[in-house]
Design a binder for this molecule. Structure first.
Ligand SMILES: [Zn+2]
Length: 318
């Protein structure tokens, strides 16, 4: 990018739209966030994304990068299916681009977070990585030979729906015993409440560890489910590094220690890959969307120095 160029990133979530304008050094110039108007229908959501991107776009803005959940085709810019957004076959990139005067790209939110982790986070320079995003749900970005895996249908990385307990709890996906039915923030809260606890988020369950037996049991089962799925993934793909990302990483060592232990215990004949927590927090998707847009439209512009601004920028976005 030239001296004063910028890129606008938009992270479209089921609850919140987050956006940022990022300068050519990777520094965050301005951010905004607003609720996602899912109840008003898909056109209202598209309009809200356009308004957020438009509000941050300046004459020097080279591109807009959007990331979104669901079944996303990053080549065509279409969200084929995203129940949390009420989307079915929405040509999001084209719709936003028609309203703005800059080119627009679309990427899957977890693969965007994975890209940011590869360029700016703990996975920089590592070719065999699994980035597990732990939030309301659970999903993963898979990196092999330094490349993010997309899969035959573009839906690789549905790590949350690896079944880990035979005849286990029903999952929203229709299977039983999935990782997500135990280890996602939503599942932990639901299971803790069913056991008589009070919690609005996973942090409330963590706060009760050591003082409420039900919290200990529900958390242990969640970490056990996560560790088992990581065993499966490691045996299959031989990761060098596993990065845990997303909102649940606030649990810190309550998350890291049992996951490392379960993973090592489950691997009888080989060593376990390292497990680390992402430094990017809730901003990984935004940075990844920006990087994807620049890779597409400004491939000659180096983003190698962005990491220098990463930590200073984070508190302003998340
Ligand atoms: Zn499932």
């Amino acid at each position: 990018m030239d001296q004063h160029a910028s890129v606008v990133a938009v992270d479209l979530g089921g609850t919140t739209i987050k956006a940022a304008r990022i300068d050519q050094q990777g520094g965050v110039e301005e951010t905004l966030r607003c609720p996602t108007p899912v109840q008003q229908g898909p056109q209202a959501v598209v309009d809200a994304v356009t308004a957020a991107a438009g509000a941050l776009t300046r004459v020097d803005t080279k591109a807009v990068g959007i990331c979104a959940p669901g079944l996303v085709n990053s080549t065509t810019g279409i969200v084929h299916f995203a129940p949390n957004l009420g989307f079915r076959d929405v040509a999001l990139a084209r719709a936003v681009q028609e309203q703005l005067t800059v080119p627009v790209t679309l990427q899957h939110d977890v693969r965007a977070a994975c890209l940011a982790e590869l360029r700016l986070g703990n996975a920089a320079g590592i070719d065999e990585v699994l980035v597990v995003v732990l939030g309301t749900g659970v999903a993963a970005g898979i990196v092999t030979a330094g490349k993010i895996v997309h899969g035959a249908q573009g839906i690789a990385g549905e790590f949350g729906h690896i079944p880990v307990f035979a005849d286990g709890e029903p999952c929203a996906c229709g299977q039983q015993g999935c990782v997500e039915a135990y280890a996602a923030a939503g599942a932990l809260v639901r299971r803790y409440r069913e056991a008589g606890g009070t919690a609005d988020g996973a942090a409330d369950v963590v706060a009760q560890l050591g003082s409420h037996e039900a919290a200990d049991r529900v958390w242990t089962e969640g970490m056990n489910a996560l560790g088992r799925a990581l065993v499966t993934s490691t045996v299959l793909l031989d990761h060098q590094l596993i990065v845990l990302a997303g909102g649940m990483t606030g649990a810190g060592n309550h998350l890291l220690e049992p996951v490392r232990r379960t993973l090592q215990d489950g691997l009888a004949w080989r060593s376990a890959p390292s497990v680390r927590i992402s430094p990017l927090g809730a901003s990984a998707g935004l940075f990844g969307a920006a990087l994807h847009a620049l890779d597409t439209f400004e491939p000659a512009g180096s983003t190698a120095h962005w990491h220098r601004h990463r930590l200073a920028a984070l508190p302003r976005i998340s």
